[in-house]
Design a protein around this ligand. Structure first.
Ligand code: ADP
Length: 442
């Protein structure tokens, strides 16, 4: 059955789940925990997750960025979904990242935590629980499946033998089905900005993926989009997520850095960045703190600014109108930007990225605690409620700090002089209510 791909909710990401419209699931005779094959340009195996009520009878399958990449399908693409038989794994070999620094029975912990998950050789798994704390809180540990027995896609069960590979994860080839690295930032890693993401997708993703649509309608895809709002609200995150979602080349330019160059070098660097982007198109050029490159002419009036603005304008005017290279500018001082840069054909679309509300804060907290072992008692709603005025970056710090507090609390039990830390001790750590409360004070 063909279903339309949509993003997964933030809290469900990273676990190879596919939330299928419940009406479609019934037709396919699927229930929670069953395995399915998703076929886009390539194939992915996922586990069925109860569909969200709002998706009933819409023909939607929700999967996260990693599965979208493996299945070779973007949001709004149609994929073929069918039940899949997945054999139990007799044995799997897992490769750990080079700088893992953990000893002990990692294999059995991994087996317990990943029981029921479908895996394929070459696949990267972001290991979501206790051990993730070593990465500084919200980071998951990326493990690689070095081999499986039998081969193909298999499911980890309680009786699977889990071996640890001699080779580090970095030396294991990626799964051949996807050929692509798992994305750094997916839409599921962004909380509270659904409407804004929808706008960004319409302005950037749609023209890049379907240029023929725009040609047919005679509409010019945008060359520049301006994201404006306070620092730490997710502007950079959005730009990266869009680039990842469409597999576009991504380049960052920082305004202040450009302006600090020697005479003539700023223009040179701008030129180089645009050249590289065009060579690697589709590409996104992200210009952070755009206001410092291009202040209103009367405001700065400096010779350098004038020349840099002129250069940027001419580079943007020179971009072909196929929507293959898009410049995303970010600023927290939208009024300080040279009006010439905001005219048609330049940064002529604007999206405001504001401070998140309660629901937004909850989603952001879910993103940043997704890979944390939270104790039963920790109620995310409570923290969403009591963090009025916090932006995404503040909420990320809060989660990280809570993770650090948990580590400090168990430090006496860890033998920090040893080169490696015992996996079982590490796995027993939880981030509890007092760790969170303490972090709130900070
Ligand atoms: P900006 O570009 O708006 O200054 P960033 O996108 O660089 O902000 O955000 C900094 C960090 O804060 C991000 O890497 C992310 O961890 C966190 N963050 C910010 N906004 C969000 C959000 N909406 N959802 C999840 N995390 C966020």
């Amino acid at each position: 059955m063909k279903l339309t791909v949509k993003p997964l909710k933030q809290k469900d990401a990273g676990r190879r789940l596919a939330a299928i419209d419940r009406v479609a699931a019934e037709e396919l005779e699927l229930s929670g925990g069953d395995y399915i094959r998703l076929e886009g340009d390539s194939t992915a195996i996922a586990r069925v997750w109860p569909g969200y009520p709002e998706d009933d009878d819409t023909g939607v399958v929700r999967i996260d960025g990693q599965l979208r990449q493996e299945a070779g399908a973007g949001i709004d693409d149609r994929v073929e979904v069918e039940p899949a038989d997945v054999e139990p794994a007799e044995r799997i070999t897992i490769a750990l990242p080079q700088q893992f620094g953990i000893r002990g029975n990692v294999g059995s912990i991994i087996r317990d935590k990943l029981s029921g998950q479908p895996v394929t050789q070459g696949q990267t798994i972001r290991f979501p629980l206790g051990l993730g704390l070593m990465g500084g809180g919200s980071q998951a540990v990326p493990l690689k499946i070095a081999s499986t027995q039998p081969s193909g896609t298999v499911v980890i069960t309680d009786s699977t033998d889990v071996d640890i590979s001699e080779k580090p994860a970095e030396e294991i080839a990626e799964a051949s089905t996807s050929g692509a690295e798992s994305p750094d930032v997916a839409y599921e890693d962004i909380g509270g900005l659904d409407d804004e993401l929808e706008q960004v997708r319409e302005m950037i993703e749609l023209p890049m993926r379907h240029p023929e649509l725009f040609k047919r309608l005679g509409i010019e895809p945008p060359k520049g989009v301006l994201l404006h709002g306070p620092p730490g609200t997710g502007k950079t995150l959005i730009a990266k997520a869009v680039a990842n979602e469409i597999d576009a080349h991504f380049q960052t330019l920082s305004g202040p850095e450009i302006m600090s160059k020697y005479y003539g070098e700023s223009e040179e660097q701008l030129r180089e960045v645009f050249e590289e982007a065009e060579e690697n198109a589709p590409a996104i050029v992200f210009m952070d703190e755009l206001d410092s490159i291009a202040p209103k002419r009367e405001e700065a009036g400096g010779d350098v600014e004038r020349r840099v603005v002129a250069q940027l304008l001419s580079l943007m005017d020179g971009l072909e109108e196929r929507g293959e290279v898009v410049v995303i500018g970010a600023t927290n001082r939208v009024d300080a930007i040279d009006p010439a840069l905001r005219r048609g054909g330049r940064f002529d679309r604007e999206i405001e990225i504001g401070v998140p509300d309660r629901d937004g804060r909850k989603e952001i907290l879910q993103v940043h605690t997704r890979n944390m072992p939270l104790s039963e008692g920790v109620d995310i709603d409570e923290y969403a409620e009591s963090t009025h005025g916090f932006v995404g970056a503040d909420l990320e710090s809060l989660a990280k700090e809570a993770g650090m507090n948990a580590l400090r609390r168990i430090r006496p039990q860890l033998d920090l002089d040893a080169e490696e830390i015992d996996a079982e001790v590490l796995d027993s750590i939880e981030v509890n209510e007092s760790d969170m409360k303490e972090a709130m004070k900070g």
